[in-house]
Design a binder for this molecule. Structure first.
Ligand code: SF4
Length: 309
């Protein structure tokens, strides 16, 4: 794969043919080679690349070659690329990957890719129908007009993504028609055949390369892989933002307010227990507060949390 990658980044390679302003950049070719080697050997790779070296193409191109190699079934070839921002997702899907499709076509490499976002980015056919039926009573201006325009759009749309809608849907109305994971009926619902999100899922399952964001990627991990199709490799771009996505999807938080609310709502099964728990929690959170303000007296849990029985 090394030779293939180096040739593709050369000044007479396919990238140069589709990009009039293409400049051969040694760092970009080197990064692509490192990615290709890591993919071929199955080892992890961490890269910090400066701006302007063209890093997205440097990882996309070897990922495409790896994902389209003959032999293995799709789940052993599929590559997931995860970004933090929607802007980068859109850039990969609307600019970089179409460009690479054109560039690689002449080398006989064809590939499929798909973009998958969080639920709130998709139009829900069922909720749209509900809005159409109740639009006369909705407080938002132009509800009926926008509902009808969305309905016309959904008849020919190939994707449920909001960014594919060719007109602006005000936020208040979008919140009425966007997919809501908590109430989505999936295949059990009456709108499954017309569901645009379903079409996006089908495309994702057929893709060699799948573009997602960190929130969705870690939500998939949390749900035991129930959202994304099986894949063999993940590339995390904007990896400096991974930590916050991990914390928000896989972490848990506890606050003095949540403890107080829990104690208020818990029946008094053991007499005197609630006040003791309240005192212990107050002491614990006071200690956390002091440490957060700069006191350095060792680990909180080791120092202050104590049994109360
Ligand atoms: S399957 Fe879910 S997203 Fe699709 S139309 Fe039904 S409720 Fe909406």
């Amino acid at each position: 794969m090394h030779a293939d990658v180096a040739a593709l980044f050369g000044s007479s390679g396919p990238l140069a043919r589709v990009l009039p302003a293409f400049e051969a950049r040694p760092q970009q070719a080197r990064m692509a080679q490192e990615v290709a080697t890591a993919l071929a050997s199955g080892r992890h790779l961490l890269i910090e690349a400066g701006t302007g070296i063209g890093k997205s193409v440097a990882y996309l191109l070897p990922a495409i070659l790896w994902a389209t190699r003959p032999g293995p079934p799709p789940e052993e070839r599929r590559v997931v690329v995860s970004t933090h921002t929607r802007a980068l997702q859109e850039q990969l899907a609307r600019k970089d990957l179409p460009l690479l499709q054109r560039a690689l076509e002449s080398s006989g490499v064809t590939f499929r890719y798909a973009l998958l976002m969080g639920s709130e980015n998709y139009l829900c056919a069922q909720r749209l129908q509900e809005m159409r039926l109740s639009s006369a009573h909705l407080p938002e201006a132009r509800s009926g007009e926008i509902a009808e325009a969305l309905s016309r759009h959904s008849r020919t749309a190939v994707s449920g993504l909001r960014s594919e809608i060719p007109f602006i849907v005000p936020e208040a109305l979008w919140s009425r028609v966007r997919r809501d994971r908590d109430i989505c009926l999936g295949a059990r619902g009456p709108f499954w055949e017309d569901c645009l999100y379903r079409r996006d899922l089908v495309r994702a399952r057929e893709a060699d390369l799948l573009i997602v964001n960190h929130a969705l990627f870690f939500l998939d991990l949390k749900t035991g892989g129930r959202i994304l199709p099986p894949h063999a490799v993940v590339i995390l771009d904007e990896a400096h933002r991974v930590e916050e996505s991990v914390v928000s999807q896989l972490g848990f938080s506890v606050s003095d307010r949540s403890v107080a609310r829990l104690l208020d709502e818990t029946p008094a099964i053991v007499p005197g227990l609630a006040p003791r728990l309240r005192d212990a929690a107050a002491e614990f959170f006071e200690d956390v507060r002091r440490r957060a303000e700069g006191e350095k007296r060792g680990p909180v849990a080791a120092g202050r949390a104590r049994p109360i029985f």
